[in-house]
Design a protein around this ligand. Structure first.
Ligand SMILES: [Fe+2]
Length: 286
């Protein structure tokens, strides 16, 4: 029996307690976390500050690790593991990044609704984000449940999008922010992939409306019609009633299922330090 306890925070997200995730987990605990993720999509662990190694070990117990956008933009890295994403406005030398620094564009791109690594195959399954340093104001993370979003679509829309596929490209959301300075070599490293707009979760059986900022066109549609459809669907998916807003405390670890939710960071003042670390697992196909 696992000692995992759950307390709802919203119609989908839940606070998880009763486990010390800094320590190796039993098989029962891992299964309990996976079942809780199937149901909730977002789990919040409070007061669980992790070392980098503890965070990597926790993530590894839940699946193979994903490298994400670092495949495109490598460069200097101040964390101990390439598989830990440095979600911060701090440069590799530990100093605050100035506004022109590439790191800040990444921060802004994270403020668009997205699913981590939807631009690659395999895509990301679980992201686990740990809060280290927080600004005095803002910088919350919001989550929207794509299963609730699908269920709430009108029937005509469900019929319209059944069988359609969207193309996801890592740099599309960057391009929309004017971040266009990528070499052909960098673009070739991460070619676009396509995902069905409507998916069925193999574990829960629930249908999912899979959209987000990396989706740039719909196969078989003109660019304009496809983009409008993607914008409409994302607007539908992220209406307030489907959103959980997480207000961070140092030591929080929030874990989400990228195949069932989208998320975005919220505004904060880039002249204040905000440092979080993310470990991510890859989806394993069944
Ligand atoms: Fe993200």
């Amino acid at each position: 029996m696992s000692t995992l306890q759950l307390h709802p925070l919203s119609p989908f997200a839940a606070e998880a307690s009763g486990l010390d995730i800094s320590q190796p987990l039993s098989q029962q605990d891992i299964q309990a976390i996976e079942s809780a993720m199937d149901r909730h999509g977002v789990l919040v662990f409070r007061n669980q500050p992790l070392t980098q190694t503890q965070q990597i070990d926790f993530a590894k117990s839940l699946g193979p690790l994903d490298l994400g956008f670092r495949r495109v933009r490598g460069g200097p890295h101040r964390l101990e593991y390439a598989e830990l994403a440095d979600i911060s406005n701090v440069k590799a030398d530990g100093e605050l990044a100035d506004r022109e620094h590439a790191k800040i564009v990444g921060n802004i791109a994270n403020q668009l609704w997205h699913s981590d690594s939807s631009f690659q195959k395999p895509r990301a399954k679980y992201s686990m984000l740990s809060a280290v340093t927080l600004p005095g104001f803002g910088g919350e993370t919001e989550y929207a449940d794509l299963r609730m979003a699908y269920d709430a679509l009108p029937e005509w829309r469900k019929r319209q999008i059944e069988g359609l596929e969207a193309v996801h490209f890592a740099l599309y959301s960057r391009f929309t922010l004017g971040d266009t300075e990528y070499s052909q070599e960098q673009k070739d490293l991460i070619p676009p992939v396509s995902w069905p707009l409507v998916q069925t979760d193999p574990r829960s059986g629930r249908k999912i409306l899979f959209v987000g900022a990396h989706a740039c066109e719909v196969k078989g549609m003109t660019l304009a019609e496809g983009r409008m459809l993607l914008m409409d669907l994302l607007e539908h998916a992220t209406q307030r009633e489907f959103v959980y807003r997480h207000e961070w405390q140092v030591g929080d670890l929030v874990m989400w299922d990228n195949t069932a939710t989208v998320h975005r960071g919220r505004y904060y003042d880039f002249s204040e330090r905000r440092e979080l670390r993310r470990a991510t697992t890859e989806e394993v196909s069944h």
